[in-house]
Design a protein around this ligand. Structure first.
Ligand code: NOJ
Length: 554
């Protein structure tokens, strides 16, 4: 079918869906706005991660991670960029905390770089005290400013040595190595850190790291690699939770959770049972893959059925989806004190059969197709359409599937493409935050147990295989200036008002926020223009990075 015909068909399908009423637990119309505030004590913040922001990739005894090595290979990252320097967060964290303080953040989410602490991945080898000191200083300064640290132990930067020696997450030995690393973090930082996230978005580590190869370590083990990696990651998560539970909890009184990326899947035709099932399958293969073992003790039944059946059709003796023993199931079930949710976008889903054969992959195992409504705004990343109502549906799904767990939204936000980067007046981001946060407020009214919200991200930063071309920051970072100055976008002012009002008090006030934020950003735009800023086009013509030289910029 031609692309044009497909788009037309999609458009027709979508129109037919929009004509339908919202389904049950969505009590307001999709477009309606709910004025109201969040419960007292609701926690507001923003986040970032080690590899994306710290820079100092080879400083003070840090070892290499799989991302350092991957990004230095030609052709893996847009414009061959690396995060060698990125935002230089390693040196500028004090300035960043000042920004957070001004916005009156309750929390800040960051990750600890495993190879900055264990340069060779392994405790017995070497503990890098300089790395520990960096995180000590960061944590202490956050606490001095009344900002609660929410700390991720694994945001994708596996020590390279562990990849080379054992094959990384393909190997079961990672479970114990990761546990040693986590245990040291509890020992050294746990007197002050009370919110721990074991893994950030393990879906990406598994699928993009070991199935499609778009992310480090870049392996393309179609149909098996992602399932194996995820299996070890889930076991590692459970082990670390038990370590905390038995050795540290009574002394430190903290919480250990996991952060799962979860896009929402909406049936293309909500009256068609096959579409309804396909949409549920989409969510189960995404978030459910990790959440169901952790909350309910085993992989979603639909994953076991689909992957099992397709493996048998391929003539394999066992399923490509690994199996948990009954002991493991009991050990894994219930290992989550809170659930971190990273949510950005939604897809329409329809059923499609992929006959099994040699081309089996995680994607074809699901027997579905993802579609989008061409009218959905998509200001930045190609995959990121703004569909606020999907957020409320997802949060309600979590509530019913996993017994209403305590939820922290650990990532939510929108990017802009590099072409627009001179504009600090980020209208589309204000709109995105306003609408998504409002849907979260509606979900709270539905009874979903959301305790906090983390805007993604504090700063523009290295966006993995997209390099620096997609900017998610509340603050614009001038990467071409070696001091990496930060400039507030309009959304800083806007988000600040949401925080200080703890929600959306009334229509008149909320409507004035956008105007006020836009006034401030125009003067910031002038500041930026007056500085050393070079146009993004200049960036495109730079020579690609040479992995053997220490580049003065990024
Ligand atoms: C999820 C990842 O955890 C984060 O690192 C990334 O910046 C966002 N997705 C946006 O792509």
């Amino acid at each position: 079918m031609s692309l044009q015909r497909m788009l037309k068909l999609l458009y027709a399908l979508v129109l037919c869906v929009s004509a339908n009423e919202d389904f049950d637990w969505t009590k307001n119309e999709r477009g309606s706005f709910y004025y109201g505030t969040f419960p007292t004590g609701f926690s507001w913040g923003a986040g970032g991660s080690a590899y994306q922001t710290e820079g100092a990739w080879d400083k003070d005894g840090k070892g290499m991670s799989i991302w350092d090595v991957f990004a230095h290979k030609k052709g893996k990252i847009f414009l061959n960029d690396t995060a060698d320097h990125s935002c230089e967060g390693y040196y500028k964290f004090k300035d960043d905390i000042t920004l957070m303080k001004d916005m009156k953040f309750n929390h800040y989410r960051f990750s600890i770089s495993w190879p900055r602490i264990f340069p060779n991945g392994i405790k017995a080898d070497h503990i890098n005290e300089k790395g520990i000191k960096y995180y000590d200083d960061l944590i202490n300064m956050l606490l001095d400013n009344n900002i609660t640290p929410i700390v991720t132990l694994y945001h994708w930067d596996l020590p390279q040595v562990l990849h080379e020696k054992y094959g990384g997450w393909q190997n079961a030995s990672m479970v114990n190595y990761f546990n040693d690393f986590a245990n040291l973090c509890f020992e050294r930082f746990g007197d002050r850190v009370k919110y721990w996230i074991t893994f950030n978005n393990p879906w990406s580590s598994a699928v993009e790291g070991y199935e499609t190869g778009e992310h480090a370590p870049g392996l393309k083990l179609k149909g098996t690699g992602a399932y194996k990696a995820a299996h070890h990651i889930i076991k590692a998560h459970a082990k670390v939770w038990h370590t905390y539970d038995t050795q540290w909890r009574s002394k430190q009184k903290g919480l250990v959770g996991i952060s799962l990326l979860a896009d929402w899947g909406e049936p293309v035709d909500i009256t068609n049972q096959r579409d309804i099932e396909a949409a549920e399958r989409y969510v189960q293969f995404y978030m459910g893959w990790f959440a169901t073992p952790i909350f309910n003790g085993d992989y979603p039944q639909v994953m076991k059925d689909y992957i099992g059946r397709k493996s048998a059709q391929q003539g394999l003796g066992t399923s490509r989806l690994p199996v948990f023993s009954s002991q493991e199931k009991t050990y894994i079930k219930g290992t989550c004190d809170f659930l971190g949710i990273g949510h950005f976008t939604t897809r329409y889903i329809t059923q499609k059969n992929y006959p099994s054969g040699r081309g089996n992959s995680y994607f074809t195992d699901r027997d579905l197709v993802e579609l989008v409504d061409p009218r959905w705004p998509d200001p930045g990343s190609e995959w990121l359409y703004s569909v606020p109502w999907g957020f409320r549906r997802l949060l309600n799904f979590v509530k019913t599937q996993y017994g209403n767990p305590m939820i922290y939204v650990t990532e939510n936000g929108v990017s802009e493409k590099v072409q627009r980067c001179t504009d600090l007046c980020d209208e589309w981001r204000m709109q995105y935050f306003k609408d998504y946060i409002n849907e979260m407020l509606k979900a709270l009214k539905d009874g979903v147990n959301v305790k906090g919200y983390t805007a993604w991200s504090l700063l523009d930063k290295f966006e993995w295989d997209e390099g620096f071309s997609e900017r998610f920051g509340l603050f614009y970072v001038d990467f071409l200036n070696k001091n990496k100055p930060r400039y507030p976008k309009a959304s800083v002012q806007y988000y600040k008002r949401i925080i200080s009002s703890n929600g959306f008090p009334n229509q008149r006030e909320v409507e004035s926020w956008r105007r006020k934020a836009t006034e401030t950003c125009s003067s910031s735009n002038q500041l930026l223009a007056a500085g050393q800023y070079r146009r993004p086009q200049d960036h495109q013509t730079q020579t690609p990075p040479d992995p053997n030289t220490d580049r003065p910029q990024h």
